[in-house]
Design a protein. Structure first.
Length: 269
């Protein structure tokens, strides 16, 4: 295969526009407090897993915690370093922090005995490679706790947008990120060399009195569309009102699901 053909093949494997992900998180550093309750709920559910082990941790890496995870770790008496693809978002965690690409982590091997990645790995193109780097960054006996949206997350919004765009413009563009299957998550941990890999799921039901608040919160958290094949043109004005009108309701409020895959993996002693 020629170098050009190899480059094209590699390029075709990239699902996400990482530059767009960074821009979205830079912008969201000013607004993410609007979604702090949801992010804190997800982080607390993840950190509750620490109570299931007698192991005590001294040094933790917080990957993409958006100013929520680091304080919770410090409350547990754990020294924490935070990193984020966005320097502005990393700064929200307090010192010490670093701007770092999850796909090219700058930390030395065996730097930490705990890594927490709360809803922060789903915009990574090379998830197996990132998990491998995280394992190498952990000390023997260290623990990775990670959560990411799984298939089923925002399924209601995905369906509503697909149907509305087909009706409004006669074509469909990818507008919600693809998420991994739960059954694949434990396999990814095992492939990266983690021992006792476990993946399970927690559903968080989100209710909105105003359906437009859903889109506002996604933007505020830095979760707007960064798929490389996304439509670059301005969507029809009628698209989002039509889509939001199709969302299911519970007790008069729009309802969507965050299906959170929780991944637990230990580094062999």
């Amino acid at each position: 295969m020629s170098e050009g053909a190899h480059a094209d093949a590699m390029d075709s494997m990239l699902v996400f526009d990482r530059a767009a992900v960074r821009r979205h998180r830079d912008r969201a550093a000013r607004t993410v407090d609007q979604t702090a309750d949801v992010l804190r709920d997800a982080a607390e559910r993840l950190l509750d897993r620490l109570d299931d082990t007698t192991r005590r941790f001294a040094d933790a890496l917080d990957v993409g915690g958006r100013g929520v995870v680091a304080p919770l770790l410090r409350q547990r008496g754990i020294h924490v370093i935070s990193c984020d693809l966005s320097a502005a978002m990393a700064a929200r965690n307090g010192d010490p922090c670093a701007a770092a690409d999850e796909e090219f982590l700058p930390f030395a091997p065996h730097s930490f005995d705990l890594i927490i990645a709360s809803l922060s790995l789903h915009w990574v193109n090379d998830l197996p490679g990132t998990l491998l780097q995280l394992r190498q960054t952990l000390r023997p006996g260290g623990l990775l706790l990670a959560s990411l949206p799984a298939v089923g997350t925002l399924a209601e919004l995905r369906t509503a947008l697909t149907e509305a765009e087909d009706e409004v413009s006669g074509r469909v563009s990818p507008r919600v990120s693809p998420f991994p299957e739960l059954r694949d998550c434990a396999h990814l941990l095992q492939r990266a060399g983690f021992a006792v890999p476990v993946a399970d799921v927690e559903d968080i039901r989100l209710l909105y009195a105003n359906p437009f608040a859903l889109l506002t919160e996604l933007r505020a958290a830095g979760e707007t569309n960064a798929i490389r094949q996304r439509a670059r043109c301005v969507p029809a004005r009628a698209l989002f009102p039509a889509a939001l009108a199709k969302l299911p309701t519970e007790d008069g409020r729009v309802a969507v699901t965050l299906r959170m895959a929780v991944m637990t993996g230990w580094v062999p002693e």
